[in-house]
Write a protein that binds this ligand. Sequence first.
Ligand SMILES: C[S@@+](CC[C@H](N)C(=O)[O-])C[C@H]1O[C@@H](n2cnc3c(N)ncnc32)[C@H](O)[C@@H]1O
Length: 302
Amino acid sequence: MNLKDVIYCGDCIQIMKQIPDETIAGCITDPPYNYEFIGRNWDNSEIERRTQRVKNSSTLVKNIPYGSGLAGGVRNAAWYKKNRKNTVDYQKWCEEWGKELFRITKSGALVLIFNSTRTVAQVQVAMENVGFYARDMIVWRRQSGIPKGLNVAKKLEKMGYDNADKWNGWHSCLRNEWEAICVVQKPLINNYITTLQESGVGLFNTMCENGFQSNIIEGIKRDNLESYNIHCTVKPLDLIEKLIHMTIPVSDDNILIDPFIGSGTTAVACKKLGIHYLGIDISDEYIDIAHKRLADLNKDSI
Ligand SMILES: C[S@@+](CC[C@H](N)C(=O)[O-])C[C@H]1O[C@@H](n2cnc3c(N)ncnc32)[C@H](O)[C@@H]1O
């Protein structure tokens, strides 16, 4: 199996099962968050539905969170029960792919996983349950955060209440301005030095423009996407480049895996930085976008 500079199509658990033990130097990944999680796998018809929905849309919020629980609606015992089951299933699923990820990574490998502020705890616990050690929680402070919850004053006004304006400013949730990046590590071989000598990884590159790299990253704007990139959750290229730079030394031995690569941002960033990548996505449509982006990068560098 070729491990360097490839993107495989399929369920990441099945693809990772084919990867030999301890061959991967690190992981940066952005799995579907819990509210995008439908059943045990991201199903193709749902991908198709979303893809079609955003294709010609000019609305700002293209990806309305599925079951995110941010808006109004009925909150009865059945709703909470279903929500809880969904969260527990999500954690179990993270453990399933986390188990393979643990097996294929080298000792000391750093694994960075994007997630929502609401479910990152489950991701961290899932990773700890499969053997990783929790290291940090990076805050990616986005430039924006559109209020999505229920505006109670407006709702009451619509319902005909006279004193609705008494509730001006009261919402069902806060403006969501940051995303979490859970940082876990495969246990070291005794200490950092031995691990570095044997695995070539395990440390953070803390050099950055502002001095010593902190665990809050801000000031990175969203990219203007290529017209063909219709993926609804593309991460900024500069952000991914920064995370790679922080966690993987440039070396021909080092391969970074992204088991949920989507439109290929990690692959493009790796290619720019001279790091080998191994991407996986369940949707061939998204992989086509990733290949186009990689090809465009080649054009740009000619
Ligand atoms: C949040 S998106 C990643 C977006 C990516 N960061 C980018 O910048 O384009 C998550 C991706 O995981 C993929 N996915 C979902 N379930 C999967 C599975 N079981 N195996 C592999 N990929 C999966 C989806 O198709 C989706 O593209």
